[in-house]
Design a protein around this ligand. Structure first.
Ligand code: ME8
Length: 656
């Protein structure tokens, strides 16, 4: 019997069309699922949608429809994007599915009956006009952190989960299973910032809205959206408290939960504690990938920089989108996506490196041998090196995929294609074709190239399934072996194909600006609908985790100074950058800052602020920047605010 492999994506909130960041996650999980299937595993790949919560309730109300009607519409969009990018999932769960709702209610009841959940009193702050709750730590002076109006103190009944009861067992599990959360940096963050300081009991119900799963027997409360959503990983397999179901018996525990870095906390702490309380085995691994940013900015509707897979696929094709997202996201850090970088990667890697290699090779074999694959002779010249590169690449791809280094695995395949292109230059088949008595050597060279391409296509299958199929069709081969010798001599290749037509950047930008104008118009129409809803979920805001502890000596390395803005103008070639002339007292500096979306230059002139004065110069958009202006929010926030200095501060003074 095949070994099983169960993997899941996070289930995105059903509050709007998923953007390319959410979609990256399903592409990544799909690549791993396809790879595992290729390796002979019995794979179960789960994805779905997270459909409850006040945000959805509020959006539906604004549109004058029921929450169910609202999520039905968004669910269709998620399904269509997942299918566009080729997600080969085995099951799609919706948290509004009846079996899921029943199982979550039963889980809650069981945890209540066994004393892990208890009824207590929730104390906090409430903003009546915003319908938003806040905790003590979020509030200063009794004013709403969002709108500044006075808040009401609330005390209401709520249910709490005794997290602390299981903290030691979780800690022990983490110590005994060092690979439980990857990358290790994310594990350490969570242990240091949340587990070691001690876990608070978690409030697991809400009563200020109704769009959720009611608490059994106490229906004015609904179950907290994270308890509801996390349970999807077992309810989708047919788990309920008094029945386990065949899929659950076969596939649980999960082999890997693939999620984004912002929700590692929920998966590494709340989820295992829920499972411990239910007496179920813990997942084997949680992999928290980085975020795909627009350049260095977080994607957000308010910044107008959100990219969607369907629109990108119109420009770059589905495999263009899969290739870019999979290769641009490093194992442990964030990735960046822009139209420019996508076009550059598309042209250099897909059109030039891969596309040309396949086209040139198949065309030459057709021209010189009528498409008939020749029998290879002895190794000569660079043959051994090429073959070693191929077998080394097969090994590398496996090692890297087995440890979820997906972008590194993909880049190994493209390095191999580059080596094959070099082999063409080294062996110069066009010269061999003109040389008397060199036909056998020419046949060997082309055989080696065709084999490299075939194995490359097999290796590419999990990442770019469509392209891999097209390449194998060009070779008229269905051999999936990854060792040399799979292509049968005297069989005939198919027709050469242009796999990826080069993209003309000017044309691309004309298309994009046309679309942007269209979208702006649409955005205007739905502006009110999309205004960020200030909700109770603000209390669940995903804070950027604290960075690791540093020594005092590290802290004093940046030389922070008070500076005054003398001049401030936009940088012509950039939508993001402002160019400053700053007075440091002892000198003036030119500094660039990516805050053009948040401030008008005239708002900043004359202000005093804090800058990093000993940062090495950097050139951006052709302009040099000699330092950095401090601002709150940075690339992970929609709300970027410069840290202005008190008017009385002296220019040039050190800050620290
Ligand atoms: O968190 N780049 O849903 P969600 C990469 N419903 N990944 C990104 C991203 C980006 N720019 N933005 C978001 C939720 N993600 C919950 C999950 S699971 C039981 C419940 C990732 O719609 C994000 O990290 O906010 C998460 O893994 C997924 O997209 C869905 O995010």
């Amino acid at each position: 019997m095949k070994e099983k492999f169960y993997l899941t994506t996070a289930i995105p909130y059903c509050s709007g069309k998923p953007h390319i960041g959410n979609t990256y996650e399903v592409i990544l999980t799909d690549a791993i699922a396809r790879y595992k299937r290729q390796m002979g595993y019995d794979v179960f790949f789960l994805t779905g949608t997270d459909e409850h919560g006040i945000k959805i309730e509020t959006k539906a109300k604004e549109l004058g429809i029921t929450p169910k009607q609202f999520v039905d519409g968004v669910y269709e969009k998620v399904r269509s994007i997942w299918s566009l990018v080729g997600a080969s999932y085995d099951k799609f769960i919706r948290t509004t599915d009846e079996y899921h709702e029943k199982a979550v209610a039963a889980i809650f009841k069981k945890l209540y009956e066994q004393g892990d959940i208890y009824k207590g009193v929730y104390e906090g702050w409430y903003c009546v006009p915003d319908e938003a709750s806040f905790t003590d730590t979020q509030v200063t002076g009794g004013l709403c952190p969002d709108c500044g109006r006075p808040l009401q103190r609330v005390r209401e009944d709520a249910y709490f989960f005794r997290m602390s009861k299981y903290a030691d067992r979780l800690m022990k599990h983490i110590e005994e299973n060092p690979g439980f959360v990857e990358p290790q940096s994310r594990l350490k963050e969570m242990v240091n910032n949340f587990l070691r300081p001690g876990l608070q009991d978690l409030c697991v119900t809400r009563s200020s809205f109704t769009w959720g799963i009611p608490v059994p027997g106490d229906e004015k409360h609904v179950i907290y959206v994270w308890i509801d959503a996390l349970s999807n990983y077992i309810t989708a397999l047919g788990y309920n408290v008094d029945e386990e179901g065949e899929l659950f018996k076969r596939y649980w525990p999960c082999d890997v939960h693939i999620i984004g870095k912002d929700i590692v906390r929920f998966h590494m702490i709340y989820w295992p504690i829920m499972l411990l309380a239910l007496g179920l085995p813990l997942p084997k691994k949680i992999y928290g990938h980085g975020w795909l940013n627009f350049g260095t900015d977080k994607m957000s509707k308010s910044k107008g920089n959100v990219m969607y897979a369907d629109e990108l696929a119109e420009l770059f094709g589905v495999d263009g989108v899969r290739y870019y997202t999979l290769s641009a996201m490093p194992y442990a850090a964030d990735g960046s996506i822009t139209y420019e970088s996508m076009a550059a990667a598309y042209n250099s890697d897909l059109a030039n490196n891969l596309g040309n290699l396949v086209n040139r090779t198949v065309t030459m074999n057709k021209k010189y041998f009528n498409g008939v694959i020749q029998s290879p002779g002895e190794n000569e010249g660079p043959d051994t090196e090429l073959k070693e590169t191929v077998s080394g690449t097969v090994r590398l791809v496996r090692e890297r995929m087995d440890s979820y280094h997906v972008s590194d695995a993909l880049s190994a395949v493209f390095d191999m294609f580059r080596r094959a292109n070099k082999y063409i230059d080294e062996t110069a088949p066009w010269t061999l074709a003109k040389t008397e008595g060199a036909a056998a050597r020419l046949g060997t060279v082309l055989y080696n190239l065709l084999e490299t391409i075939r194995i490359g296509a097999v290796l590419l299958t999990p990442f770019l399934p469509g392209t891999a199929d097209r390449i194998l069709k060009c070779l008229a081969s269905d051999c999936k072996e990854t060792g040399f010798g799979g292509l049968r001599p005297v069989s005939v290749t198919g027709e050469p194909e242009v796999l990826f037509a080069r993209i003309d950047e000017n044309e691309l930008f004309k298309k994009i600006s046309g679309e942007a104008a269209e979208n702006n118009k649409k955005d205007e129409d739905v502006k009110n609908m999309d205004n960020e809803v200030k909700t109770e979920e603000a209390a669940d805001r995903k804070y950027e985790p604290l960075a690791p502890m540093i020594e005092f000596d590290d802290f004093i390395k940046p030389d922070l100074r008070i500076a005054k803005v003398l001049e401030c103008v936009p940088v012509e070639k950039s939508k993001k950058l402002l160019k400053f002339k700053l007075d440091l007292g002892f000198e003036t500096r030119q500094v660039l800052s990516g805050i053009a979306r948040y401030y008008k230059p005239e708002e900043l002139i004359g202000k005093k602020l804090v800058m990093v004065a000993n940062l090495k110069p950097r050139v951006m958009c052709g302009e040099e920047s000699n330092g950095m202006i401090l601002a709150a929010g940075g690339h992970d926030s929609d709300n970027v605010k410069v840290l202005f200095a008190d008017d009385g501060a002296d220019i040039g003074d050190r800050v620290g």
